[in-house]
Design a binder for this molecule. Structure first.
Ligand SMILES: Nc1ncnc2c1ncn2[C@@H]1O[C@H](COP(=O)(O)OP(=O)(O)OP(=O)(O)O)[C@@H](O)[C@H]1O
Length: 279
């Protein structure tokens, strides 16, 4: 669906942000795009949505170059940016005005999302708090039913019950034609929402695997051992170590996205080796 081929991009001459980056995104999947501050997550979203132009390589959506921003592509893309400004009109007016751009806009889903996230669409959006505005925009985003949905730090600004309500809502939707990418560094919020982990560092994608592949090749085990060098990666926790190990059948294996993220950032080669037969 989305294909990034050999993308290079810099804001400043001589300081590449992306260097020969490749990534392929498929329908029906939810990708977690993770990276440290400044890794380039937002910039990559801007390249995918055709708002930033790579200096080399191309990004295509169903075979069409996204930088052309043709109307058919724009009607299949919705992006919720980290920062946004919504107009001084009620939520209902906003929906009435913007829904016609999206051919499969789902009004029932919009109503359900607003009700589950407890957003009042009769009020002027610009007078809602930031968290309420975000919940409004996320409700609209889900309801557009676009083929591509980009969410930049979607849970920033949301209270704890809303975060969990949003996760439930997203998980309850059957979206076989939609590709969702969620960018965040709030790894804990994301674990149950994604089925693919992509990690960006130093201008490249350094880890790109589905959860199924991860469960096949790695185990996440708490142990009382005090020998960190026995494991691929470990962090000290109360009473021992939280470790990443080559896959082991048996009890005690509990996926931890934050541990995986930290492990990949610090030991990318050792972790990736497990996916190539451990050699
Ligand atoms: N308009 C711009 N002009 C110059 N440099 C920029 C611009 N926008 C972003 N950058 C730089 O590009 C790098 C990547 O920024 P980006 O916002 O894409 O990262 P991010 O991974 O989304 O970060 P965060 O997690 O902090 O939101 C940063 O070093 C940033 O300073």
């Amino acid at each position: 669906m989305i294909q990034l081929n050999n993308i290079s991009f810099s804001f400043k001459k001589g300081e590449p942000l992306f260097n020969d980056l490749n990534w392929s995104l498929q329908p029906g999947k939810t990708y977690g795009l993770l990276g440290l501050n400044g890794a380039g997550k937002t910039s990559l979203f801007n390249i995918i949505s055709g708002m930033l132009f790579p200096s080399d390589g191309a990004c295509t959506f169903d075979g069409n170059v996204v930088r052309n921003r043709n109307p058919q592509f724009l009607s299949e893309l919705f992006i919720v940016p980290e920062q946004f400004e919504l107009p001084a009109m009620s939520g209902d007016q906003y929906t009435q005005l913007h829904a016609p751009f999206y051919p499969r806009f789902d009004e029932q889903l919009m109503e359900r999302s607003l009700s589950e996230l407890q957003v009042n669409s009769k009020k002027k959006i610009s007078e809602l708090s930031f968290g309420q505005q975000k919940k409004f925009l996320l409700s609209f985003a889900l309801a557009t039913r676009t083929k591509l949905l980009l969410l930049d730090e979607p849970t920033n600004g949301m209270d704890i019950p809303s975060k969990s309500q949003f996760r439930k809502l997203q998980a309850s939707l059957n979206q076989p034609d939609r590709c969702t990418v969620i960018s965040t560094h709030q790894v804990r919020d994301l674990g149950s929402m994604i089925d693919h982990v992509t990690i960006l560092k130093d201008g490249k994608i350094i880890f790109n695997h589905s959860l199924d592949e991860i469960f096949e090749h790695l185990s996440f085990i708490k142990t009382e051992s005090d020998q960190p060098d026995k494991f691929i990666y470990s962090e000290e926790v109360l009473g021992g170590l939280h470790t990443i190990q080559p896959f082991k059948d048996g009890a005690g294996n509990e996926f931890d996205l934050e541990l995986l993220f930290n492990g990949v950032i610090q030991q990318p080669e050792q972790i990736n080796k497990q996916f190539n037969g451990g050699e």
